[in-house]
Design a protein around this ligand. Structure first.
Ligand code: HEM
Ligand SMILES: *[C@@H]1O[C@H](CO)[C@@H](O)[C@H](O)[C@H]1NC(C)=O
Ligand SMILES: CC(=O)N[C@H]1CO[C@H](CO)[C@@H](O)[C@@H]1O
Length: 560
């Protein structure tokens, strides 16, 4: 056994050694450039952009952390893994100030925690562009908005903004109300629910399908789906093929879509390829339908795909439209950007609510005040959505603590000045600039001493006794959950509308959600603490940040 553990420790150490030797020059060069900035510096031996490392980082580090004494506590174990920002919260910035530099062999990562500086950073799109090389994986289905730069990005962005309009948001609202109603019916029909995450994922995917591509699917639970013949079930095939692609995106990009087509590959790869082909065919069919409808001049309800086809056919005359490949690229990006983000945030939110019954009461007080006894089909997006501020606050508060996607910038080929804490610092060319989302959104200076506690009411203010409640972000620039500035998330309102509609349906009729007690001996308080523990200590990055095992805490829906 001894030689085995020696090997287990030695192998990663040797690997590290090789990497360090190979990249010593890079580290030295980057260290010199980092020192010139005049901010505190920490050094890690492996680039966070190293795809091999990303796959093994946590496993290797959990061994290194077990080294005796202080050997296991250093910048390597603290910063050299994907997702450390959320674990670390504001502590690094508290130690080092509002800007510090993580030196890596490939690039320097400059972490910024000053809300004013972040405001300026996110608005200077030309000075601090998105590092598209990080998101290159999104090109599997064609070029895309997320990866485009310069003029190509402007065209795509214009068309995207045209797609994400209020008419589309109204569709999101209606579809989410219907789906949430069916989901609640299913949840409340069962003694306990351990599929909340899967069901919320289904809901988010179906809303996307309807508002994105005009295809409406009924809510169905996993059980219902299994009972059906899966071959003829379009919703299930769409969902599963997308899921397979998202889960294996890194593999697909690494091997290439041509390679995974070989028939002699292992079954797992063939299945991935089948999912890829299915999804591509699905998109092609949607596209052809839309083009035909456009050619015939049919005016039906709008959706993202339809707007994209129309905008590009109309713009094509003056040479500004999207190509067919770009449309596929974007559809995939909308699916990618809009699916995991929303589904993961919804799951965190439901579990937080289960742990805080008083917030459920606070929520349903608002819902009852706003929609009263009107049946759901009379709820109106334009008049009801803006009044459901507490529902919106629940989403913000969840994303404040558990940001699904990080926004990331870089300086490109020119050094850029940035005002941080009253001092202008020169950020060298070719540096990553990372808004410290894990820190700025939890820093007690901006959020108060209870900054690590989930408390949605911090987003609600009331100026007088009779005054209406207002939604408000306490410190401008201290919340970057949907990013900000010209390259923020175009799906922000889409996700907010979807979330608020879902909350309003779930918590209107005096339904309450609780964690199921483990055994007769567990008190409700202990069960809630167990849920909070699951959220805090059992979350991690899969593709994005998510709860790893929500099914370990089944939920119970009860009428009050
Ligand atoms: C809770 C839900 C969501 C969150 C927290 C979120 C967050 C973000 C963030 C932080 C970015 C910027 C990333 C960067 O700077 O590199 C982004 C970009 C983007 N998001 Fe979202 N998003 C959400 C939902 C959605 C939805 C529902 C859609 C579409 C249906 C969507 C579509 C996009 C697209 C297309 C981009 C790229 C924009 C560009 O490059 O100009 N997002 N999102
Ligand atoms: C997470 O784990 C730490 C260390 O075991 C513990 O102190 C903390 O209370 C846990 N968090 C929650 C919310 O239970
Ligand atoms: C339209 C567009 O800008 N597409 C870009 C997508 O991303 C790749 C890089 O991965 C670029 O080469 C394309 O130009």
């Amino acid at each position: 056994m001894a030689w085995f553990s020696v090997l287990l420790v030695a192998a990663p150490l040797m690997l590290m050694g090789v990497l360090v030797v190979h990249t010593a020059c890079g580290l030295l060069r980057n260290y010199a450039s980092a020192r010139a900035i005049g901010a505190p510096v920490r050094i890690i031996p492996i680039s966070p952009l190293n795809p091999f490392w990303v796959l093994v980082d946590r496993k290797v580090l959990s061994f290194v952390r077990r080294l005796p004494g202080r050997l296991g506590e250093n910048s390597f174990t603290r910063y050299n893994w994907r997702g450390w920002e959320v674990k670390d919260r504001y502590h690094s910035h508290q130690e080092m100030g509002d800007i510090w530099v993580l030196v890596t062999p490939l690039k320097n990562w400059i972490y910024v925690n000053d809300p004013e500086a972040l405001n300026s950073l996110l608005r200077r799109e030309n000075d601090f562009p998105r590092p598209v090389f990080v998101t290159e994986i999104l090109n599997v289905f064609g070029p895309n908005i997320s990866n485009a730069e310069g003029k190509a990005w402007k065209t795509q962005r214009k068309i995207a903004l045209h797609c994400f309009n209020e008419q589309n948001n109204a569709i999101v609202w209606d579809e989410a109300l219907t789906l949430a109603g069916d989901m609640l019916k299913y949840w409340t029909s069962k003694p306990s629910v351990d599929t909340a995450a899967t069901d919320l994922r289904t809901l988010s995917l179906h809303v996307l399908s309807r508002a994105g591509f005009g295809k409406s699917f009924k809510f169905e639970s996993q059980e219902e789906r299994k009972a059906q013949d899966s071959a003829g079930n379009t919703a299930a095939n769409y969902k599963e093929s997308l899921q397979t692609i998202l889960e294996n995106l890194i593999l697909i990009v690494g091997l290439g879509t041509n390679f995974i087509a070989y028939p002699w590959l292992p079954k797992k790869l063939r299945d991935i390829h089948a999912a890829y082909v299915y999804f591509r065919t699905y998109m092609t069919n949607l596209y052809e339908e839309e083009k035909a409808a456009f050619a015939e001049g049919q005016t039906t309800e709008s959706n993202l795909m339809r707007s994209m086809v129309r905008a590009s056919q109309a713009d094509a005359k003056d040479g500004g439209g999207l190509t067919e490949a770009e449309i596929y690229g974007n559809i995939f990006v909308f699916n990618f950007a809009g699916h995991d983000t929303t589904a993961n945030s919804f799951t965190f939110a439901i579990y937080f609510l289960a742990a805080y019954p008083e917030v459920q009461d606070w929520l349903s007080e608002e819902i009852n005040r706003v929609v009263g006894h009107r049946p759901v089909d009379e709820w109106d997006y334009r008049s009801d959505f803006p009044r459901l501020k507490r529902c919106l606050a629940v989403l913000y508060e969840t994303i404040r603590l558990y940001v699904p996607v990080a926004t990331l910038k870089w300086t490109g080929d020119k050094a850029q000045p940035l005002l941080v804490g009253g001092k202008v610092l020169m950020l060298p060319a070719n540096s990553m600039v990372a808004p410290s989302y894990g820190s700025v959104q939890t820093d007690p200076r901006f959020w108060g001493p209870d900054s690590l506690i989930w408390n949605p009411s911090r987003f609600i203010t009331k100026s007088g006794v009779d005054a209406d409640e207002e939604f408000c972000i306490p410190v401008r620039g201290a919340f970057v959950g949907w990013s900000d500035g010209p390259r923020d998330c175009p799906g922000r309102k889409f996700s907010q509308v979807e979330f608020v509609a879902t909350m309003a349906v779930l918590f209107r009729d005096n339904w309450r959600v609780e964690p199921m007690l483990k055994d007769m001996g567990e008190s409700p308080g202990a069960a809630r603490r167990r849920v909070l523990d699951l959220i805090e200590n059992d979350s991690g990055s899969v593709l994005l940040l998510q709860m790893l095992h929500p099914e370990r805490a089944p939920l119970v829906w009860k009428k009050r």
